[in-house]
Design a protein around this ligand. Structure first.
Ligand SMILES: [Zn+2]
Length: 375
């Protein structure tokens, strides 16, 4: 059994221990120590990274009573010095403790159970089995930060079976073996094996960044400590960039967006009027004829080309509008379904439509298109 020194002291970053065994496995070497500071991946929290001697520790797993270290090179049996990346570990300790504070409050106020937890170095998610409204989440965040400012001790201990019988605690699943309790007096009591900070004050900040409905409950994207500072900073930067683009203060970004929407809607209306006027003008420019009318116009999009072709169809046998590689053909005398098939075959086209109007794309020179419609 590996002695898990991270239970005794979550702030221990270095440790002299002994390599008991080392064997090659897929992707590296599996190293067993007599004792370790490396926390293995567990309960939604990733494993510690760091060095064992001159070997890089790429993964740490719990296997039965043992902690298995995966390293990038073999290690000789005997003494070895282990060092974890403590900045990373500390960030996780801050976030994990923040999670306990939020889950404890949500449990007490709303009877929520934490049914999912995932932590990386860039994000944390918490899943509650009950939905909480944005107002309830704001209150939860405010109360959680009060616990941070009150600087409450975070106690961790292994109670005896008798003692455990008297403790009411949250637990994500049925636990086996010795149960480790994490207690934040007046806030939360939970069974948990991960390292935490010793005092809620060290969590620094708790920020719920966003939330979404999740399996009948709610999923929170939250951040604590340094991660919260980074995430809030990134959002402030994005807000400043957007505000500068809108020429407003960051707090008035909503006003800027409303103004932009109004301008856009006015511009769309104006463009639509202009387009209609342009189509009418083009339609009026053509004389009545017994033959076909063909117009090339790069400015027209597909709906406009169809609209123009339909207007021109009143003046001729077949009206065709070509804009770039798109075409629209309309007629009140001939079936455009059959005609578009013929057009597609001769002008490398694709598309179709209904009896009076067909549209699609083609791939032919202007001269070839003109010759086709002269027929
Ligand atoms: Zn925990």
């Amino acid at each position: 059994m590996t002695v898990k020194e991270y239970y005794r002291d979550a702030y221990l970053a270095e440790l002299d221990s002994k390599v008991i065994s080392c064997r090659e496995v897929k992707g590296g070497f599996e190293v067993l120590l007599d004792k370790t500071v490396f926390f293995p991946e567990s309960g939604g929290q990733p494993s510690d990274s760091g060095m064992l001697g001159d070997a890089v520790v790429t993964d740490v797993r719990i296997v039965g009573e043992d902690v298995v270290h995966i390293t990038d090179r073999p290690l000789p049996l005997g003494p070895v010095h282990g060092v974890i990346d403590f900045e990373k570990r500390y960030g996780r300790m801050q976030n994990h403790t923040g999670e306990h504070i939020m889950s404890g409050i949500a449990h007490r106020l709303h009877g929520c159970e934490n049914v999912g937890f995932h932590l990386t170095d860039t994000a944390m998610t918490l899943d509650f089995d009950k939905y909480l409204t944005p107002e309830q989440l704001s209150e939860l965040e405010m109360l959680a930060n009060r616990v941070v400012r009150r600087c409450v001790d975070v106690e961790t201990f292994f109670p005896s079976e008798d003692e455990l019988g008297d403790i009411v605690y949250r637990s994500k699943s049925e636990l086996e073996g010795a149960i480790r309790i994490v207690r934040i007096e007046g806030v939360d009591v939970c069974a948990c094996c991960a390292p935490h900070v010793a005092n809620t004050g060290e969590v620094g900040t708790i920020k719920i960044l966003s939330s979404e409905r999740w399996k009948g409950g709610v999923r929170l994207y939250a951040a604590c400590g340094e991660l919260a500072t980074r995430e809030i900073g990134a959002r402030c930067d994005a807000l400043s960039t957007a505000a500068a683009g809108l020429s407003v203060k960051p707090t008035e970004i909503g006003v800027g967006i409303d103004r932009l929407r109004a301008e856009l809607s006015e511009a769309k209306l104006s463009a639509s009027k202009l387009k209609k006027g342009y189509i009418d003008l083009l339609a009026r420019s053509k004389e009545q004829t017994e033959g076909n009318i063909l117009i090339f116009d790069e400015l027209l999009d597909m709906p406009s080309a169809c609209e123009l072709a339909s207007l021109l169809a009143k003046k001729c046998r077949i009206a065709a509008v070509v804009s770039g590689r798109t075409y629209a053909v309309a007629s009140e005398k001939e079936d455009m379904r059959a005609f578009s098939k013929q057009l597609n075959a001769e002008l490398e086209g694709r598309g179709g439509g209904r009896a009076g109007l067909a549209s699609g794309s083609l791939n032919a020179t202007k001269e070839k298109i003109e010759r086709f419609f002269e027929k």
